[in-house]
Design a protein around this ligand. Structure first.
Ligand SMILES: C[S@@+](CC[C@H](N)C(=O)[O-])C[C@H]1O[C@@H](n2cnc3c(N)ncnc32)[C@H](O)[C@@H]1O
Length: 293
């Protein structure tokens, strides 16, 4: 692939999905986009780039989706789901006992294994949630993965990755070679297309946000921008859960890590941060930065 074509694709992907490719990822682009170009009847990457430059929005969407990494599996990394059951939900149950409702956002939920793992964890809590209104919103940039998530149909291979056998028996029905998740669990989740680069304030405020294994693909400024906007969508006593290779440390003080709970973060109260700065005799620039990012 020639250099101008590569630079064009890098810039396009960065703008559209946040994907931050280093200068040596030509092989990745070729392996993902050559099949797409051929399927579209194009001779190769140069012709694909020409078409993209012509402004074909359907083709741009296909290119952006083809470059996303959708790797996921049930109860991925296990520990965050243990924290969800043992730390997050007990606190939420106490704090929201008055209104008996909980809102959970699974940002970048891919093909659904992550939000369904949360739904199964909640179901396993049994009577503790009786009479509660539970909302799980699962979003992703890619329409293709959302369709699969909505259908809730998984292959033998997929259900063998991370899903305890008792859960398979309890929550899935075999259907030929595949497994269909039970309708009650499907009904617990709303699936919506959403690009984290764009405004998400319309989703409202959440008690828990799982945002795992997506920010790793973004550059620092994009991560900071997303953290600062996530902070505005989370209750002050809510929880943010990140992937094993992700952290807020060194990027933003809108969240703080929870000791001994790897991957869990609490929002900092922006008013407290401003007060601390004021006490130090400084103008509160971070407050403005928090609001503006
Ligand atoms: C590696 S998967 C992670 C799935 C799941 N969170 C997990 O940890 O198993 C990353 C997901 O992020 C989605 N994604 C990539 N860029 C995105 C963006 N700008 N906005 C929303 N989702 C995005 C991809 O489509 C993909 O499904």
């Amino acid at each position: 692939m020639n250099s101008p074509d590569y630079e064009y694709l890098r810039k396009l992907l960065k703008e559209r999905s946040g994907l931050d490719l280093s200068s040596d990822k030509q092989y990745l682009i070729e392996s993902r986009l050559l099949p797409l170009a051929r399927k579209a009847g194009l001779s190769g990457i140069p012709e694909l780039v020409q078409k993209l430059q012509g402004g074909s929005s359907a083709l741009i969407t296909s290119v952006v989706e083809a470059m996303t990494t959708n790797e996921t599996f049930f109860f991925r990394d296990k520990v965050p789901f243990d924290h969800f059951r043992d730390t997050i939900m007990p606190e939420v149950l106490k704090a929201r006992a008055g209104r008996r409702s909980v809102r959970i956002w699974c940002a970048a939920g891919s093909t659904g294994q992550e939000p369904y793992s949360l739904a199964m964890t909640l179901k396993e809590m049994g009577a503790a949630l009786t009479g509660w209104r539970v909302e799980i919103i699962a979003t992703d940039l890619s329409q293709e993965v959302l369709e699969k998530a909505k259908a809730g149909v998984y292959s033998q291979f997929e259900v063998q990755r991370g899903l305890p056998i008792q859960h398979l028996v309890k929550y899935f029905k075999p259907n030929g070679e595949t497994w269909q998740i039970n309708p009650e669990l499907r009904a617990m989740i709303q699936h919506r297309q959403l690009n984290l680069l764009q405004d998400f304030s319309h989703l409202g405020t959440f008690d828990v946000i799982f945002c795992r294994n997506v920010l790793i693909y973004f550059d620092q400024d994009t991560k900071i921008n997303i953290f600062n906007r996530l902070a505005r969508q989370i209750e002050l006593d809510g929880f943010l859960v990140l992937g094993a290779a992700e952290t807020v440390v060194g990027l933003t003080d809108t969240f703080r890590p929870i000791a001994d709970r790897r991957g869990l973060y609490k929002p900092n109260d922006p008013r407290a941060a401003a007060a601390k700065l004021a006490a130090q005799g400084a103008a509160p620039p971070r407050m403005a930065a928090m609001a503006g990012q």
